[in-house]
Design a protein around this ligand. Structure first.
Ligand SMILES: *Cc1c(COP(=O)(O)O)cnc(C)c1O
Length: 427
């Protein structure tokens, strides 16, 4: 089968909460000032009750509300596609499949959590959401979801991307979002950063500080995060649940699952329903791929750290490069984050998942091979997963092994063409 497509009625009704399968419980987030475990009430100024509840839920399955399902159905279930042309190009005995989240109208998997986040905030009486965005993928997804549920949206966009990626800003503005380059002079955090470094390219950590500050100050405004937190990974589990059904339809049992990691949400969503099996019989490899310049898993340390630069957010137990770390402005803007989701960190620490990293040059080579064979221009973030899938397919070739490899194509790269131009192949 070339394309494995589920019927609308086979779209999952429930999210899968991988927290219940973790080999050891998550360490509690700590209050940024007292360093005591936070209470649910501490999060009330920035998150709605329903998402706070999901954050620490011990239920395996959490129902997807009907209004959220209706919005999902405009683009879900997404196809699982066999990369036959890529296999042929590599001359590998491996079977390579990719889950195509790039067909989401926002261009990436991020809409999967933007929709429920906007929904849950809207039913709890919130009028406006603030957020940060790196490459602009999360900002576009949240802007779109806010317009679905009549919420205002204010986006602090990392300045390096704001300047490199005008089309993302234009897209967000199409959905009536207000977009500011971060660091901005409209918040105390932004002004403080600009004082020490007027030319700061910005980072996700700084933009999060600005967005959280804004949400704390305004009672009818909440904050939305596009990755890292447990409820975000929960929403993304719809990806893995669909993949599981699709592989069953194709009569395949996957040996390797691969995803790129920034904060860990697309990868976390992909692997969520497979972790239990991994722990039980260890037959499957789950591989996270990060950029070598922001490699929190492979080069960071596991400790409590802030989610943002200024230290407003709770301290999370995670692999981190330090909250002050400002990654160089690479083109895979969605992967420029200092920390890693606590769930992914827990799985890595317990050796349930593997991790590796690649530099920018090698991922653009992989992206070009994929574009030329499969005809899809991948997001530079997703190209990290492609690169690993190619490398694993070449190992299978050397070992003369048929092997089922599945990677997650987290987004398309049609708004990243300037990045492709700057990384053009020079022959
Ligand atoms: C944001 C983004 C990522 C990285 O975020 P995760 O939370 O690690 O998934 C990866 N790919 C694309 C296309 C993105 O937009």
């Amino acid at each position: 089968m070339r394309k494995i497509i589920l019927n609308e009625k086979d779209m999952p009704d429930f999210y899968y909460n991988v927290q219940v399968d973790l080999p050891e419980p998550l360490l509690p987030p700590l209050h940024p000032v007292t360093r005591e475990p936070i209470k649910a009430d501490d999060l009330k100024p920035i998150f709605p009750q329903s998402l706070i509840k999901q954050e620490t839920s011990d239920e395996r399955e959490i129902e997807i509300p009907k209004k959220v399902r209706d919005k999902y159905l405009s683009y879900r279930p997404t196809p699982l596609i066999r990369a036959l042309a890529l296999e042929e190009y590599l001359n590998t005995p491996a079977r390579i499949y990719y889950k195509h989240e790039g067909i989401s109208p926002a261009g990436s998997h991020k809409l999967n959590t933007a929709i429920p986040q906007a929904y849950f905030n809207s039913i709890e009486g919130i009028r406006s959401l603030t957020t940060e965005t790196g490459a602009g993928q999360w900002g576009s997804a949240l802007s779109m979801a806010c317009s679905f549920f009549n919420l205002k949206c204010k986006v602090f966009m990392v300045k390096a991307s704001f300047e490199q990626k005008p089309y993302r800003r234009i897209l967000m503005e199409l959905f009536d979002a207000q977009v500011l380059p971060s660091p901005s002079s409209t918040t105390e955090s932004g002004r403080k950063t600009l004082e020490t470094d007027p030319n700061s390219p910005g980072s996700l950590g700084i933009a999060i500080s600005e967005a959280v500050e804004e949400a704390v100050k305004n009672p009818d405004t909440n904050y939305a995060l596009g990755s890292v937190l447990n409820h975000v990974l929960l929403h993304q589990s719809i990806i893995g649940l669909e993949v599981k059904k699709q592989l069953k339809l194709a009569d395949e049992s996957p040996e390797i699952l691969i995803g790129c990691v920034g904060g860990g949400s697309n990868f976390g969503g992909l692997i969520a329903p497979f972790v239990k099996k991994k722990i039980k019989n260890n037959q499957i490899r789950l591989i996270a791929v990060e950029p070598s310049v922001a490699a929190s898993l492979t080069k960071g340390i596991f400790e409590y750290d802030y989610g943002d630069t200024m230290g407003f957010t709770p301290l999370l137990a995670m692999y981190t490069l330090g909250h002050n770390f400002v990654p160089p402005p690479i083109h895979a803007g969605g992967l420029r984050y200092h920390g890693m989701a606590p769930i992914i960190s827990n799985l890595y620490k317990n050796k349930i998942i593997e991790a590796c990293s690649y530099d920018q040059k090698s991922i653009f080579e992989a992206a070009r091979i994929f574009a030329k064979t499969e005809g899809i221009t991948p997001a530079p973030e997703s190209a990290h997963a492609i690169k690993k899938a190619i490398d694993e397919a070449l190992i299978a070739k050397e070992e003369k092994k048929e092997r089922t490899i599945v990677f997650l194509l987290s987004g398309h790269g049609y708004l990243d063409l300037s990045a492709y131009e700057k990384n053009r192949e020079i022959n």
